[in-house]
Design a protein around this ligand. Structure first.
Ligand SMILES: [Fe+2]
Length: 437
């Protein structure tokens, strides 16, 4: 771009020296640099070494006409604005200069100074605008190319980043699954320890957990809440480990004051035993309150109504049912037990939970299964949905699955593993349903 320190250049070509001088004088006050040549040949040489904005050439010159010179100048300086100076008689050759020599216009001799000045300065302006436009176009093109490149790089980066995030996400999900599995295995391990310590507590806890598991499926709870309640049901009497079995079987009315004093501590002992594990704190709270009564007559905090956590209310009603039905061998006995529980609804138990207990008992307790044929099979032959007809124990007597349990994916895994680590002599006894005639 031109500037006051670097003014645009104008080249005048004329074989008459006085014409060149006159033209030079005309532009003496303008911010332009005037170059002159007395022939087309000299003019071409000047163009090779200078960026010229406007070329003004006389038409009539010896050796090379203005039209010929302008035509040749296109190759050297394509962007210059070309003007031809011509006499009135030479309009036709001026047109030739316009067509062939790329001249934008012609000025007739003798010229008007003002007209020539304005025409040439306008041409300088046009040249500057064209040049500026060209530079801007080039800049936009370059920026577009850079933008395209950045876009392409960004796309690659985003794709790579997405791949990385997806991979990390998958790894986190795997890790999470592993943590969940470890947590479940940890609970199973505690449950096994309960069994080794006290089989009465284990059997009772297992029964309560089965009923609770069925009940929570019909309550509006999240999966996590259901899982927490079932774990609490499994571990609700963990605080009794170490107590003597007779004490566990007694009702509170049959206990001595000392036994009663020890007994009412078990929900608190259970809670504090689990409190060290952060993920089991909610389970601990449910255990603490599983002996609260709906009317506030329970222990340890005498909470009432919905101040008692729902999970604790569910465990309380299932717990009582299992205790009262321990010696039941008939459907009548089960129904009588359910009736007793119904009578306690509203006082000891949440009345809204009775129906859920009733449905769970009918679904979990498989009365009348004795009519089915019992078969002995190996762990590999187990099929989901089969009902276990006898307690399944490992070689050293560890209870793997209780009578009445319905085989599912998890229990198949437990049995296969139990039989592998500590093989039992006998197989697994399950009911084979007789086909209906
Ligand atoms: Fe208890």
């Amino acid at each position: 771009m031109s500037s006051p320190n670097n003014p645009p250049k104008i080249l005048f070509v004329d074989d008459e020296d006085n014409v060149l001088k006159a033209l030079k004088r005309l532009f003496v006050d303008e911010n332009v640099e005037v170059l002159t040549a007395s022939s087309g040949k000299e003019g071409l040489e000047i163009l090779k070494n200078n960026e010229v904005a406007v070329i003004v050439s006389d038409q009539r010159m010896p050796e090379m006409t203005g039209a010929e010179f302008l035509e040749k100048s296109i190759k050297i300086s394509p962007d210059s604005i070309r003007i031809v100076l011509t006499g009135y008689a030479d309009i036709e050759t001026a047109m030739y200069a316009i067509n062939k020599g790329g001249a934008s216009r012609y000025i007739t001799k003798p010229w008007s100074d003002t007209e020539l000045l304005i025409t040439v300065l306008n041409a300088v302006e046009t040249y500057n605008l064209k040049k500026e436009n060209k530079q801007l176009t080039a800049l936009v093109k370059k920026q577009n190319e850079e933008l395209k490149k950045w876009n392409a790089e960004l796309e690659i980066y985003v794709q790579q980043h997405t791949i990385d995030l997806t991979r990390q996400n998958k790894e986190l999900m795997k890790l999470n699954e592993k943590l969940k599995k470890n947590f479940k295995d940890f609970i199973s391990a505690i449950f096994r320890i309960i069994e080794l310590q006290n089989r009465v507590i284990y059997t009772h806890s297992n029964n309560v957990a089965m009923i609770v598991s069925d009940m929570v499926n019909n309550l509006s709870l999240s999966n996590d809440e259901r899982e927490t309640i079932v774990i609490a049901a499994q571990l609700h009497d963990i605080g009794k480990i170490g107590t003597k079995d007779p004490l566990i079987l007694k009702s509170m009315a049959e206990m001595t004051p000392e036994e009663k004093e020890e007994y009412i501590k078990h929900p608190l002992i259970g809670q504090s035993a689990l409190d060290v594990v952060e993920d089991l704190r909610q389970v601990g709270i449910l255990i603490r309150h599983h002996h609260e009564w709906y009317n506030g007559d329970g222990f340890p905090d005498r909470l009432k109504f919905d101040k008692i956590p729902l999970g604790s209310r569910v465990i309380a009603i299932a717990d009582k049912f299992d205790r009262l039905s321990q010696n039941c061998n008939s459907e009548d006995c089960i129904n009588a037990t359910l009736k007793k529980i119904k009578n306690l609804s509203g006082s000891q138990f949440d009345p809204d939970l009775y129906e859920h207990l009733y449905n769970a008992v009918k679904s979990v307790i498989k009365l009348g299964e004795s009519q089915d044929v019992e078969i002995e099979i190996k762990p590999v032959d187990l099929i989901e949905g089969m009902v276990v007809s006898r307690d399944v124990r490992s070689g050293t007597g560890l209870l793997l699955l209780k009578k009445g349990a319905v085989i599912d994916e998890k229990s198949i895994e437990i049995l296969k593993r139990g039989y592998h680590l500590d093989p039992a002599k006998a197989g697994i006894f399950v009911y084979a349903k007789r086909k209906k005639p």
